[in-house]
Ligand binder design. Sequence first.
Ligand code: ADP
Ligand code: MG
Length: 598
Amino acid sequence: MTKFEALGLDKPLLDAITDLGFESPSEVQEKAIPILLENDTDLVALAQTGTGKTAAFGFPLIQKIDSKSRTTQGLILSPTRELCLQITNEIKLYSKYVKGLNVVAIYGGASISEQANQIKRGAQIIVATPGRMKDMINRGMVNISKIDYCVLDEADEMLNMGFMEDIKDILSNTPDEKFTWLFSATMPREVSTIAKKFMHNPQEITVGAKNSGATTVQHEYYVIGGRDRYPALKRLADTNPGIFSVVFCRTKRDTQRVAEKLIEDGYNAGALHGDLSQNQRDLVMNAFRKKQIQMLVATDVAARGIDVDDITHVINYQLPDEIETYTHRSGRTGRAGKSGVSMVIVTRSELRKIKAIENKLQTEFLSKKIPTGMEICEIQLYHLANKIKNTEINEQVDNYLPAINDVLQGIDREELIKKIISVEFSRFYDYYNKTKDLNISDRGERSEGRDRSKVEIPTSGSVRYFINVGERDDYDWMTLKDFIKETVGLGREDVFKVDVKESFSFFNTDAEHSEKVLSTFTEFKVDGRFVNVEVSNNPGGGGRGRGGRDRGGDRGRSSSRSRNKGGDRGRDRSRNNDNRGSRDSGGGYGSKKSKRRY
Ligand code: ADP
Ligand code: MG
């Protein structure tokens, strides 16, 4: 008996699992599957990304559904179109031996009538983004009044993106007797609100890091070049529109400087450090308590004893000297049973400190990537659209409506929406449009760069490009190659070395095509989203290879040539940064000479 069989899964699923090459269940699968198969119960499962949550709910869902009935029995809500498609594909793979089972994906930016048709043909499982789902309910295109199971996947992300109201609406169209399975990486207050309001005595499982201290704090680190600390901080803030945070710096000077820069850049920020008068400090703290300040930049001493609940994020702009201090910092969040995130911005040379804290705290840190500019734009766009939707109308507006109508006369709805969104969105888009990837891998490579200013377009040989779509957009090297070929109007062999990563990709063409490629992808949109192509400053191994296939090696950790290049650059940068860092830290963390506690 295999481990999967022991969980209670039936033959069709076991056969599919064999095909998929899964050897043993992941922890969340091991915990969730038996509970969901044996009981009819609500469930709250907390587990990080990449722990196999899709199968944890997918397997039991598939097994419990009656594939002979055409009624829609299961609804899976997920935050983005990419995830929605990803889950749909996974469910299809899992259920390949289950006859008659249909899964349909519902998401914005694609034909709604086509999706409605697919549902009409019978969909026992629907995987949907909240916005489109609600739209289709309103138009009577779906019927979820008989579902038995509702899965809220990545619940924290959905709420972060502002889908609370949509989710409530959608759930109000489902029967009370259904079972709700909520999956989330973290448990912020909004998620527990949903759990309390819409679930009945849910069983709870938690997977992964068991911290000694506050179990509700998730620790994350982001590896960047030393000079990119501030831009990285901005991106972390922009990725979390509702952030309410304390940002810790090591010195009063840095604290003041970072706060000033944030204010200059339009954030609700304030500084808290010992050079301020008591009166000034009181003012800042009051503003912070009232949430007029979203990012409180503070020194450790000044922040001691901040007793504000609801802090969503602690950001370690720089790591403190002592591990104890780190514990105090991260303890500012995750209070009163709420969950929080402690983020650390580090250079590669500081990774040892992370290891040291992990050991001391018996906690695992998650290595995370600073989102790319385009990812932030997408998050902000959703956030903004939902903010507009959820805004309560101010009745006073009525008085001015005739005059406003005069001004806006002749603009149709579509255009008006675009304009309204652009008012805010352009700020992010203009800023992030051409920014580079800030991440440096744990092993010292900077992700293949795309700082256009440094790039010269070769006039002969082959040109390597960066494109901001990847696996998350459901591309593999073949489909991406076809997409580029068809969009630009190139021949079979003209696009090569296609290398698809999670959220972006690379490809080559001969230099003669570069103008055509770049002009095609200027202001180019798919489903309302900008698809951006730029010349990469990584040559990607030069000449024509065997096409996309050889990326298998690349992908593991890039071919020797590109690694050396990226690696050197990464090392240079962190060396610069080290000069300052290591003088401070007295000969390195973990070494015998070190007086510090890492
Ligand atoms: P999550 O939703 O937790 O982020 P996913 O469900 O997307 O994670 O799974 C991440 C990857 O792991 C997927 O590619 C999936 O096919 C794979 N995977 C899931 N379960 C197993 C398993 N038991 N053994 C091997 N791979 C697995
Ligand atoms: Mg998932």
